[in-house]
Structures are given as C-alpha cells and as structure tokens.
Design a protein around this ligand. Structure first.
Ligand code: GLC
Length: 749
C-alpha cells in the first residue's frame, strides 16, 4: 500500500475522532464538490512548501527524444515541488516523471501533464481559423474529441486549448489559432471545443482538461504586434472579448490561462479585476488558472512589479493559481507568507483547485491511467481519425471566387500544378501542430490530386520559394502552364509566419509568389487559373483576385489536407466554408470587420463619392471578401422570409424563418445566418450582429424552411454601466453572408 494511502487512513481516523469532518458541518459555505473531503485530508498532511509545489509548472522540452527534462526539474519533482509539467508526452516520457512524483516524494501526489493540443495531437486537423470556417460545431467537437483520444493515449491530461481570443487584425499571427472576429460564432465554437476535449466525464481516461486562453483581450494587441498593449473601453471588453470566455465557463471548462498583455494598464497576470471580480465572483468559475509561459516574471518588464518577488505577490493576489515556467512561486511564495505579505489562504485555495482537477481526472486512483502502451499503439493515427481530418479539411475550405465555373476540375483535363506549396508536407499542418509529423506523414495537395488524375495528366513546377527573391524557376512554371488544359497554383505562407510571435506588417503573399501568378497569367491569358491558398491569416489578395479565375482558401488543412482539398477541387465535396474573418482589400483598412459602427457620417449607399463622409479617398470601405462569405458549386435562393410577429415584449420569443432552395446543379451545404441590428441604443450598436446560424444540406432542387428563435436575451448588451435589454426598433435578416442590406424589422416593447 503506498504511503499516501497509509497517511490518509491516519488523518481520516483523526478527523472522525475530532469530528472535524466537513460533511458534519452542513453549514459549511464551501461548495462541496465530490472530492472536497479527500482534498481536505490530503492538504492536512501537506507542508506549506508542498502546497506551493502544486502551484509550480515546468516545461520538459517538446518530446522525450528532444530536449529532455533538465536535471533541476527532476530534482524539484523529487522534492515534491512541482505540480505539473508541460511539453512532455508519450507513455514512456510521462510515466518516468510520474514515477518520480508518485514513488519518490513524501506524499506521492501525481503530476498533471499539459500540452498545446490546439488542432490535433498527431492526427492534425486544419488550423483553428480554418475549423471556424466550417461553422460546423459538431465537426469541431468531434475533431477535439479525436485530439483528446490521441493525446490522452500519450500521457496528456490537459490541453492548453481552446484559444478563444477574438481577433480582428490579420497582422497578428495568432489570429490563426482562434475562431476569427465574431462574438457569437466564437462563443459557440468555444463551447464545442470544451465539450470535445473534456467529454462528459473527466474520470474517463480519454478525456482531458481544457483551458480557455488567453484571458483576456490578447487579440486586440495594438497594431497586431504580438504581446503588445491592449486598451479598450468596458463596452468592447464586455461585448466583444469576454463572451467567448464566459461561454467556455458555461460549457464547464476546467482551467483558464492568463494573457501576456496588459488590459487597460494592468497586465492580465496581475489583474484582480478580470480574474477575481469577473471570472470568479461574477461568473462563478471554480477551476484553476495557470499563467502563460513565464508571465509572472514579465510583470517586471511590464513595469507593474518592481522585481520577481513583487510579481509573485501580485499574481497570487490577482487569483492566479499556477506558475508556468517563471519559477517565481517556487522561489518566493514561502518567503512572502513568512513576511506576512501573502495570506496562506491564497496558497491553500490555489493548491486545492489544482488537487481537485487531479482528483477529477482520477489520478489519485491511478496516476498511470493515461500511460497505456497498448492504447498508445492502437489509438494514434487511427484510419477513422485520418478520415475525419480529411473531411474537416474539405469542410474548412472556402471558395472565395469561382468565375465561369472554373471549379470543380474534371478528370479528363490535364492540369499544371505550380507553386511552392504543391508538394508541401511540412507547412500543411500549420502552426501549433503539437506532436504532428512534418517529415512526410501529411498528404500534400499533389498527392491528393493524384487520387483523381493519372500522372500523365499532371505536370508540376515549383515556380519559386515561399519567400526569397529569385524568379529563376518562373520559366519552368510558364512551360508547364502552357502545356496543360488548366493551371492550379498552390501559394501561401510558411507555417511559422503565423502563430505566436509571428506578426507581419505586410499581409500579401510572401516572396515572389504574386509575381509568379502574374507571369503565368501573362503567359496563358485565356487559360483558367485556380489559386489554392495555404495561410494562417487573412491575406491582401487584391491583385490575385484580378488574376485568378477561382480562389480556394484552405488555410493549413492538416495531416489529410491534400485529400480534403482535392475532394473539393474535383467536386466530391461541394465547398461550404464561410469566412470567420474579414479579408481586407488592403492593410490600410485594418481593423476592418463586418459588425462595425455606423458613425455619424456613413457613406450613403446611393452616393459613395459624397463628400465629408467616413471613407478613404483611395479605397472603398468594403472588404475584398466579407465575414460569412463563401461560394458553393451550386446556388441557393432565400425566399419567404417570415416573422411570427413584428412587435414582441421582453418575455416573448420571436420566430424568424426563411425558405432556402438549392437552385443549382450540385447537392450541397449552406450555412444559413441570422443577423440583427439594434437601430438605437444607450450606446451605439453595431450595424449588424450574427445571432444564429444553421448548417443545412440540400439536394439540388430541394427546399427547406429554416427557423430561428430570437429572445430579448439575445439582444442584451453592456452599455458601460450594466447589461441591459432596451426596447426599440430592430432590423433582422436571414442570409448566406454578412454582405447584405436589411429588408425586415420588428419592435421590442
Ligand atoms: C505559449 C503560448 C500559450 C501556450 C503556452 C504553453 O507562450 O502563449 O498559448 O499554451 O506558451 O506552450
């Protein structure tokens, strides 16, 4: 019997004797979770240093074959001074460290193993901005469930996902990791991820803790520069950046992660207002909060703490429970308690929350339950996982343009495949690709197309590199273009041009890629050019839009990406993706997003050139491709719009419906979107807001009535003083894109 159990028996016996068992004290204000008694009895045994140990996390290098756990980490683990490790995975890697914690420390408290399982663990799905483009909540949940299956089979208990930061600036590299610009879509997607990762029973060995990150406002970094200052009014914080986190709490997310940035002058990692007042007091979150990587130390650089010890004090007082990689908690917390600067209760609270998470995962029943070699071999890269990733890649693709039905391709035509990403198997899995393979496992676009065309119908030329200045291979590209019936160009970014610390001041295609498509267009002026994009952010495609006949946005489509994209190119999957983020005409328009404010001098639709209006003198206000935009190989007609009433009161539900008909030649999915516009408010309201969507499938010629239920709660907003629902006039629409004018209205009394 291990020593931990022995010591329990002693303590539980003493507790029964002294009658201090909490269960007898029915008046205890504490929320009694199923494991409170166990946590109480364990904490009664722990020294202050051991409790502090639970609040410490170290990194173990990206894999056990890569940078191994440095000796001091192992020393700290053996001293019982580490509560969690990140960036260590595999059954062997995690079991070796778990053995140290469980069998070589005084109390044998198991470690938590965390990892960035963001869009897959080994079977990598499209990047999250791409997954958002599917608007398919079921598929997003399924993909994160698969990621949890694979990660848990390799010893991982906890993923640092979902990243739910609203982002409206494509210069910011981390726009690739989230669900784009919209609050409603972002909130619905956040819930789907949490449910997928955590499942409905954390005690199962294939479910893992999720982590809503980065709290809060990270996507609003000034100038899109990563880690930069964030400053916004309460209305923007409450109406735009907080809701996806609140949705994560409502979905039961077990952990939160702090953002690196400051929020209105106070760095998130030392920000009591957001972590204690909002997250815990207002929202009732009772999971635990982990800092981002070394974020406690960064309070000094922010100019918010005078030194690391002061930073440690500020973080724990702000409600931060665990320190990722700063070493600050381990070095200073005990001293701060002894000096009377930190109340030991704060450490007890943090330790309790972390222990509760370990109990919920069943780690005290069996610390090695996620270390099963048989399961590791059986689960990873299961054919159905790779198939699911293929389907996600197809569903995430967005058909931005398709002149003269240039797509789908047909198999009796030859194609010239041109571009640096045609045969790519490394970038295709995108950034934050966890334990994904970049050395050959992924299916390239070239290989995907080979499933449809014999090699005799495919010619290839790289044309140029992703970056770089030379055009030496343009000639080859021009030759293959001339020799084929159609041209398919696969262009885009390197995977590490987006993600963390990857902001760009220029959002055009890198290197000579635009020159390459210009050269091809010049060489074959009358030939169809299909542009397939792989990128981690909205790009400025204004030139490409004039050169290509069709443009398919595939983001970074993942391990099975080549198959999924080919399924779309050849029409096996009729593209249904819709943009979760606006594509600007030019960088100069940023920030640009669909639900902006009207201003006091909006451009009159019938006279765009009128003077003294809120516009540019050189570029229209409209984006190149708007939020919610995405074409299909078929066409859909919206008709028979109906409201159950044109006047509702606060307790009513308004039924809004429209009939959608597939009027084209292909069966297909349509993402039906519901928008409202609050015409007058106690603060100004966006010109339109997404309030619902449904993804439907219609065979050609088929019609279906789609209904939404709107309540006054859906119309609630924060007006810088309180959350309010205000009567007045509202416009409402059901459409297939955010680019529309309202035709219908109702009144809220
Ligand atoms: C990084 C990221 C965060 C990630 C963490 C652990 O700096 O900001 O999203 O979860 O460190 O890798």
């Amino acid at each position: 019997m291990n020593k931990l159990i022995k010591s329990y028996i002693v303590v539980l016996f003493l507790m029964v004797l002294t009658g201090c068992n909490k269960a007898n004290n029915a008046k205890s204000k504490e929320i009694v979770t199923p494991f409170n008694a166990q946590v109480d009895s364990l904490m009664a045994l722990m020294t202050l240093q051991e409790k502090i140990g639970q609040t410490v996390m170290y990194s173990g290098g990206w894999s056990i074959t890569g940078p191994t756990v440095s000796s001091n980490n192992k020393k700290f683990i053996k001293e019982g001074n580490v509560g969690a490790m990140l960036n260590v995975y595999s059954v062997k890697g995690t079991r070796d460290l778990q053995k140290m914690a469980v069998e070589e420390t005084r109390l044998g408290i198991p470690l938590l193993f965390g990892y960035d399982v963001i869009h897959g663990f080994k079977t990598i799905f499209p990047i999250n901005l791409g997954l958002a483009a599917s608007w398919d909540l079921e598929d997003i949940e399924k993909g994160s469930r698969i990621a949890a299956e694979e990660a848990s089979a390799e010893g991982i208990h906890w993923t640092f996902a979902p990243m739910v930061d609203i982002a409206r600036d494509p210069r910011w590299g981390r726009i690739s990791e989230g669900a784009g610009e919209d609050v409603y879509l972002g909130s619905e997607i956040a819930k789907a991820y949490v449910k997928g990762f955590q499942g409905n029973d954390l005690s199962k060995y294939n479910t893992i803790l999720a982590c809503a990150k980065h709290f809060v406002g990270y996507g609003a970094a000034q100038a899109g520069r990563d880690y930069h200052t964030v400053n916004m009014g309460d209305d923007e914080l409450q109406n735009v950046y907080l809701p996806p986190f609140k949705a994560s709490v409502n979905a039961g997310v077990e952990t939160f992660m702090t953002a690196f940035n400051e929020v209105n002058g106070v760095p998130a990692t030392g920000n009591k207002f957001i972590f204690r007042d909002i997250l815990r007091d207002q929202w009732g979150f009772n999971g635990f909060v982990v800092t981002d990587y070394t974020a406690i130390n960064e309070l000094v650089m922010h100019g918010f703490a005078k030194d690391r010890k002061h930073a440690t004090e500020l973080a724990i007082k702000a409600g931060i429970d665990q320190d990722m990689m700063s070493s600050a908690n381990r070095q200073y917390l005990e001293e701060l308690v002894n000096e009377g600067k930190v109340d030991v209760k704060l450490i007890n609270d943090a330790c309790r929350r972390i222990l509760l998470a370990k109990y919920k995962l069943g780690l005290f029943d069996d610390p090695y339950r996620y270390c099963d070699e048989q399961r590791e071999k059986a689960i990873v890269y299961k054919p159905e996982f790779l198939e699911a990733a293929r389907h996600s890649a197809a569903m995430c693709s967005v058909l931005l343009k398709n002149d003269d039905e240039s797509l789908p391709l047909n198999t009796n035509q030859s194609i010239a495949l041109i571009g640096p990403l045609v045969k790519d198997k490394e970038n295709i899995i995108g950034n934050w690709a966890a334990a994904g393979d970049r050395k050959g496992k992924a299916i390239s676009i070239y290989e995907g197309i080979q499933e449809y065309l014999s090699n005799s119908k495919i010619s290839f030329a790289k044309g140029c590199e992703i970056e770089g200045k030379n055009d030496n291979d343009f000639k080859d590209a021009i030759n293959v273009a001339r020799s084929a019936d159609k041209v398919v160009m696969v262009l885009g970014e390197d995977y590490d041009m987006s993600g963390e610390a990857a902001s760009r001041t220029n959002i055009k295609l890198p290197g000579r890629q635009t020159d390459l498509i210009k050269a091809i267009r010049k060489a074959v002026p009358n030939k169809k050019i299909i542009l397939v994009l792989m990128n981690g952010r909205p790009l400025d495609l204004s030139e490409e839009d004039t050169l290509a006949d069709a443009i398919l946005e595939t983001w970074f489509p993942g391990t099975s990406g080549g198959y999924g994209v080919a399924d779309v190119l050849f029409g096996k999957y009729n593209p249904s993706g819709k943009l979760p983020v606006t594509f600007p005409r030019t960088l100069g328009q940023i920030p640009i997003y669909y639900n902006m404010k009207n201003t006091g001098r909006p451009i009159p639709p019938n006279n765009p050139k009128e003077d003294y209006k809120s516009n540019y003198i050189d570029v229209p206000n409209t984006p190149l491709y708007p939020f919610g935009h995405g074409l299909s190989y078929t066409t859909f007609k919206y008709s028979d719009f109906k409201l159950s009433s044109d006047i509702i009161n606060i307790s009513d539900t308004l039924s809004v419906s429209s009939t959608i008909t597939n009027t084209g030649d292909y069966d297909g999915h349509e993402i039906v979107q519901l928008y409202v516009h609050d015409k007058v408010g106690s603060i100004t309201r966006p010109v339109k807001e997404l309030k619902g969507f449904q993804k439907i499938f219609l065979k050609k010629g088929e019609s279906k009535e789609v209904q939404f239920q709107l309540t006054s709660k859906d119309l609630e907003f924060y007006n810088n003083k309180a959350f309010v629902i205000e009567s007045g006039d509202f416009e409402v629409a059901i459409t297939g894109t955010s680019n529309f004018d309202f035709q219908h209205a109702f009144k809220l009394e």
